[in-house]
Design a protein around this ligand. Structure first.
Ligand code: HEM
Length: 496
């Protein structure tokens, strides 16, 4: 018996229409989802809740992720807690991110620490890509890095470098060069930005260095950066992150307020004597001024000092390079009291040496985190709005596919006559969020190195061979030497 014989024919047609439309809708949906199924970058296996944290915590993040990228490819996704990060580890894909999709990958992610320490995103480095960023970057470039400040910069750099050389002249003993160079750069940056160095002063029981170190710790991220939602907020509170952040902010804010107050009676200062604060006070609000100062003190001192230290370390470790460099500098300058700024233009080998050091030591190994604002593809993989992107500049500078098997060897001659127009080395990042101080910072490094090798021969403490100098790295936001660079300066004797 046909059971359908019990139903009226109208019901038959209704059921058929319903059935066909359901199949049609399902098929359409299937086609739509399979067409839109995203092609996400490959990802190493992750654990529930912590993602890939166990693979990176306590280790040198840039080195570990470079190794992982050898297995999973130059674009991959790693999960830090509950947050996916796309990691780019080749010059080709870095070029796509920083040039082709510069407009799309130009944002910075929002974070509790960034928000607080930038006075609610009033700064350049950590604020989203918006009009505020554009305006503040313009002020930084014209009022600190540009020609308006170049006369003051030149005077301060000359005086401070000569002061440092004089302080070495009376010594024939081991010095901690990390510390000396930190003092030099702090004094230069502070005097141009705020008119004096606060390095020796103590403020609320802390020296400037301690305040800057606290700042880096708070900027490095809270738990809520990788666990958005309630869990992160609770953990931030329980682990004391909120308390630490507030303390860091309050100390730094009060310090900056004191600096600004000390500028109130600077009205009569002539244009070429004006420091950055004098020059911008009338253009910016108090919070904008503080946020800019935070970027300058935090962005300029550690990066420039660390670049100098790595450059010195590589030269000391390579006596062949040291000899050739010293010959160039002394031949070019002749017998004078010290190197002048104009002399550096005639030192091509010095420029190669500094560039090669920057290739091997991208002091900011992952640049600053980028956030995608619109769907795009890199290497054929989909990157969606809101995705965080890290570019391993440290690894890219050492990629054997670009730099051959000898990539990790310091050899300035490799850069001779080499046209680099893509992203083979990106120690200053790239695109619209690139470091605005690349040229100024490089000039200060070159000038300092030239002077150090003009006036002194450098020896390692007794018993150590140059080739054995330890080059171990530590750090995540900025990669520094694990052990301080200790050297003996021996005044160069022109009678020899
Ligand atoms: C050798 C020294 C330096 C190195 C290696 C360095 C490196 C970098 C890197 C890698 C970035 C991130 C770029 C990106 O995301 O693509 C950056 C950004 C930045 N740097 Fe530098 N930097 C140095 C010196 C300085 C100095 C002297 C200043 C002075 C103010 C400075 C201010 C900044 C600022 C404001 C940004 C953020 C730019 C933006 O987001 O628009 N840096 N730097």
């Amino acid at each position: 018996m046909d059971i359908f014989a019990f139903f009226p024919s109208s019901l038959y047609s209704s059921i058929s229409i319903l059935l066909f439309s359901s199949i049609f809708i399902y098929a359409l949906r299937w086609m739509k989802t399979s067409k839109a199924a995203p092609n996400l970058p490959p990802s190493p296996p992750k654990l529930p809740i912590i993602g890939n944290l166990h693979q990176v915590i306590g280790k040198n993040f840039h080195q570990i992720l470079w190794k992982v990228s050898r297995k999973y490819g130059p674009i991959m996704t790693v999960h830090l807690g509950a947050t996916p990060y796309v990691i780019i580890s080749s010059s080709e894909f870095a070029n796509q991110a920083l040039k082709t999709h510069d407009q799309i990958l130009c944002n910075r992610p929002r974070s509790k620490g960034f928000k607080r320490l930038t006075f609610d995103y009033m700064d350049v480095a950590f604020s989203p890509h918006a009009d505020q960023w554009k305006e503040m970057r313009k002020v930084l470039v014209t009022e600190f890095l540009g020609s308006k400040r170049s006369r003051l910069f030149k005077k301060v750099v000359d005086t401070e470098v000569k002061g440092m050389l004089d302080s070495f002249s009376s010594l024939n003993t081991t010095i901690d060069l990390d510390e000396r160079l930190f003092h030099l750069v702090t004094d230069i940056v502070s005097k141009v930005a705020v008119g004096k160095s606060y390095r020796e002063e103590t403020f609320r029981g802390k020296k400037l260095k301690e305040m800057l170190d606290d700042l880096v710790i708070s900027l490095c991220g809270s738990v809520s950066d990788i666990y958005p939602g309630r869990l992160g907020l609770i953990l931030d509170e329980l682990l004391g992150f909120n308390r630490r952040l507030e303390k860091t902010f309050s100390n730094f804010d009060a310090f900056l307020q004191m600096v600004l107050d000390e500028h109130i009676d600077h009205t009569g200062t002539s244009d070429h004597e004006k420091d950055m604060v004098d020059a911008c006070r009338s253009q910016l609000t108090t919070n904008e001024m503080k946020a800019l100062l935070m970027n300058v003190l935090n962005g300029a001192i550690d990066t420039t000092t660390t670049t100098m230290v790595w450059t010195m370390s590589e030269i000391i470790k390579n006596p062949r390079v040291m000899k050739k460099l010293q010959e160039e500098i002394r031949r070019c300058v002749g017998r004078k009291s010290s190197v002048e700024e104009a002399d550096v233009a005639n030192m091509p080998y010095l420029k190669l040496v500094v560039k090669e050091a920057l290739r091997l030591h991208s002091t900011v190994p992952f640049l600053l985190t980028r956030e995608c604002v619109k769907h795009c593809q890199i290497g054929g993989y989909d990157i969606f709005p809101g995705t965080r992107v890290l570019i391993n500049a440290w690894g890219i500078g050492r990629d054997p596919k670009v730099w051959t098997e000898s990539a990790s060897i310091f050899n300035p001659e490799r850069l001779e006559n080499l046209e680099l127009d893509r992203s083979e080395m990106i120690p200053f990042g790239g695109g619209r969020r690139a470091c605005p101080a690349a040229s100024v910072a490089t000039q200060i490094v070159e000038y300092t190195i030239a002077n150090l090798f003009y006036s002194f021969d450098w020896q390692l403490p007794s018993g150590m061979k140059n080739e054995e100098l330890d080059m171990e790295e530590v750090g995540s936001l900025i990669v520094v030497r694990k052990t301080p660079l200790t050297l003996v300066p021996v005044k160069y004797d022109w009678q020899d």
